[in-house]
Ligand binder design. Structure first.
Ligand SMILES: [Zn+2]
Length: 222
């Protein structure tokens, strides 16, 4: 937990300094918690947002990703709704979640708070995509059966596979990637170490794991 907290507090400014869009704050803490497996995507989101609740914002010690001020005064600015699609109890479930935007007292820029189960600009949760890919590499179903199970298009599946293989290489490095089968890598995700690893990926790549190319970083659609 301490390691996660360290990354939470100190990696983000570095990561976001290189990010093309500085309008979001990524919070990597939830997979550190041992009971995450038992929680729904909605419960994971709610849990992750506790650190950014309205009553805690005034005491939040968090550097601004845009101006770099170490201890700005944060306050609530706005919120917006988005979908978060999960796969629970053998069904694809779409939750409506409310994403908070907070404003930096130093520069006036606002930032959406996105916990790690959210992939920016995608409605599908990280856990959902990992589950689809694990099923795909297990090869116990045809592509059509798999797409029917998760109610996704085959083109979506193949685009996730392509992105996954690219990001796996970036995550592991070329040498380790070459000797690590996709299913072996997938079987290690998510674990208690995943929050830290996702933070490292975000820091080094200036984008989130399994985040596709964003043509336009819309203000309120992350
Ligand atoms: Zn600022």
């Amino acid at each position: 937990m301490l390691a996660c907290l360290t990354l939470f507090l100190f990696l983000l400014p570095c990561a976001l300094a290189h990010c093309t869009s500085k309008t979001m704050i990524r919070a990597f803490t939830i997979f550190c918690k041992l009971n995450f497996i038992k929680l729904s995507a909605m419960e994971l989101f709610t849990e992750a947002m506790r650190d950014f609740s309205k009553d805690k914002l005034s005491t939040l010690v968090f550097p601004c990703p845009f101006c770099g001020t170490k201890h700005p005064h944060w306050s609530e600015f706005a919120s917006y709704e988005r979908d978060l699609i999960s796969y629970e109890k053998s069904l694809a479930v779409t939750y409506k979640i409310t994403v908070s935007r907070i404003i930096c007292s130093s520069c006036g820029h606002t930032h959406a708070i996105l916990p790690e189960i959210i992939i920016p600009y995608s409605s599908y949760s990280l856990i959902f995509i990992l589950k689809v890919l694990r099923d795909y590499y297990l090869s116990h179903m045809t592509v059509q059966q798999l797409c029917d199970k998760y109610t996704i298009a085959a083109s979506t599946l193949y685009s996730w596979k392509q992105l996954f293989l690219l990001h796996k290489k970036l995550w592991l490095g070329v040498l380790e990637d070459a000797v690590t089968k996709p299913l072996t890598f997938l079987s290690s995700l998510p674990s208690a170490a995943t929050s830290d690893e996702l933070a490292c990926f975000f820091q080094s790549q200036a984008r989130s794991f399994l985040q596709g190319v964003t043509k336009t970083a819309h203000f309120n659609s992350a």
